[in-house]
Design a protein around this ligand. Structure first.
Ligand code: ADP
Length: 255
């Protein structure tokens, strides 16, 4: 049986195809048309697997653009899919911290992946990938380079909560001769601190899984560990947790 999960995020779209024990993955920018991106990402997956569309039993869509995906049989919330996907990626996980392009969420889950409770921030760019993207530009860096510029021991604290003001703060720190590495560590700590506070509101879990695009930055994971005083795991495929959850839910539906 073949199923597909599509996660149409605000920044990046991810898709997972499950074919028995075989798994295929695809990622692309969401762009301006989630509907077209949904079609394109499914085509790419089918091409990769040398499969036809009529061989796919069910498709489930999730993410902010989920309701626009006409090729999907069902749309399921990101919280449900992330819970299910994270539990699949890390056995016995009881908390998911997802930091994406424009939102962050903390989800308490049962070991089956069922959601117990959650907190989401989709109102403010602080505590999201967007905050790091905008401030990285002020430092002349790409967001994927930030990890290698992280100097935690000499970190300067970034006091601005707002992304726009943080950008100004970064520029004035640079003008004051402060090294990039010290600033980058402060930015990582700012994001991690905000999200850790969300986790503390729910009650910090004992097996925490870090997912979403920002989880590719190991320095943010280190700062999360410090703020939470707990271990934080980043599985391979952490950016695909939502799409994986959607593909697993599609498999349940097909069964
Ligand atoms: P969404 O589902 O909200 O669109 P994702 O969870 O896919 O977002 O995360 C996308 C974000 O992840 C990007 O906006 C960027 O901030 C961050 N990101 C992507 N790739 C990397 C990388 N290699 N290193 C660090 N951060 C990354």
């Amino acid at each position: 049986m073949i199923t597909i999960g599509i996660d149409i995020g605000s920044t990046a779209s991810k898709a997972v195809l499950l074919n028995g024990t075989k798994e295929l993955y695809e990622i692309m920018p969401t762009g301006w048309s989630p509907k077209e991106t949904g079609k394109a990402i499914v085509s790419r997956l089918l091409e990769k697997g040398h499969l036809r569309r009529d061989q796919v039993s069910k498709i489930v869509a999730t993410g902010y653009g989920r309701d626009l995906i006409s090729i999907a049989h069902k749309a399921v919330t990101e919280i449900t899919c992330h819970g299910r996907g994270a539990a699949f990626l890390v056995e016995d996980a009881d908390m998911v911290i997802d930091i994406g392009g424009q939102d962050s969420k903390v989800i308490k889950i049962h070991r089956s992946g069922r959601v117990i409770d959650f907190i989401m921030n989709d109102k403010c760019a602080a505590g999201t990938g967007r905050f790091l993207e905008v401030t990285a530009i002020s430092l002349g860096l790409d967001v994927s380079e930030l990890e290698q510029y992280h100097d935690r021991k000499n970190m300067v604290s970034i006091n601005s909560m707002c992304t726009v003001f943080a950008e100004t703060e970064v520029i004035s720190l640079l003008a004051g001769g402060i090294g990039k590495e010290k600033i980058v560590a402060g930015l990582h700590s700012s994001v991690a601190g905000r999200v850790a506070n969300m986790a503390k509101k729910l009650g910090v879990g004992s097996k925490i899984v870090f997912t979403g695009g920002v989880s590719l930055n190991g320095a943010v994971r280190e700062m999360l560990k410090l703020h939470l005083e707990a271990d934080v795991l980043t599985p391979a495929l952490s950016q695909y947790a939502g799409a994986m959850g959607a593909a697993l839910i599609a498999r349940d539906m097909a069964n």
